[in-house]
Design a binder for this molecule. Sequence first.
Ligand code: BGC
Length: 357
Amino acid sequence: MKASPVQASKELFGKLSDGTEIHRWSLENGGTRLKVLSYGGIVQSLEIPDTEGRYANVSLGFDTIEAYVAESPYFGALIGRYGNRIGKGRFTLDGTAYQLSVNDGENSLHGGSAGFDKAVWDVEPFTEGTDVGLRLQHTSADGEMGYPGTLRTTVTYTLTEDGDWRIDYEATTDRATVVNLTNHVYWNLAGEGSGSTGGHELEIAASRYTPVDAGLIPDGEPAEVTGTPFDFRTAKTVGADLRVAHQQLLYAKGFDHNWVLDKGVTAEPRHVATLRDPASGRTLRIATTEPGLQFYSGNFLDGTLVGTGGTIHRQGDALCLETQHHPDSPNRPDFPSTVLRPGETYRSTTTHSFHAG
Ligand code: BGC
């Protein structure tokens, strides 16, 4: 018989400089242990067992709130209002031009200089049937970071009896706007601090990806992956083609691209990617309703950050698999729309399933 879910518990994690208390919530179900901060909805730690039942934290994080505020490259954070880049931080909607906060060269990245990763979320724990979880809520004011509309967002983190971690995103607005929410866990299935993820095996169910310009904004039409380093339709190691002298890998210092997932937007989550560490057997399977997946091979980790395990993180020591709409969609009528209007509800679901074998 499976153990019944344990109600989430909370403790004080630290305080922001203005005195705001930040809590850390701990929850466990089906063999998965999750720790989440009210700051940024950050997954501070995610522990899963290997084939021998040995647990490891497979997600990069910090020990202190100060480190998250000062220097985090979005470790484990909720990303909004717009995950990924919008070219020059500009778009036009219903004839009105908007200028967003620009924080990545001339572009806007992950919602601008103070995105959802830096918001303090209201967190409510719940237990429903065999599920245990957290409901996180945040309201972003009209005009914040340049985005139109008051955006009311609810993100639900659920741990199921099978140990799956499901994320349900919902948002509403009072003016037409654009939304693209995601989560920015940095995975290392050998355990954070174990060194390179180059030996992890990755499969992505996508026949095309979006080539980018030097600022990592999609450039031209999506391209076929066939015969390129971007072909992950059959699992291969992350390191296999990482150093191929391909112009796209030069631009991004590795993989930092958006895969156009076969099937596009779906009503129910469907399988899109598998990541496996052959040494420990730990395996992550991702299913989503989203049309895109940003695979970022940790190119900008440069040995300047010390994680929860007390070691430094160097290039490629973790990787991100971010489910989302394609970058720069507000300027690309040919991409699935990210527009949200009053009366509509933005919905997106991603599940992370774990097993060892
Ligand atoms: C982006 C990278 C960026 C990283 C951390 C990823 O989602 O694709 O270009 O460096 O986030 O900021």
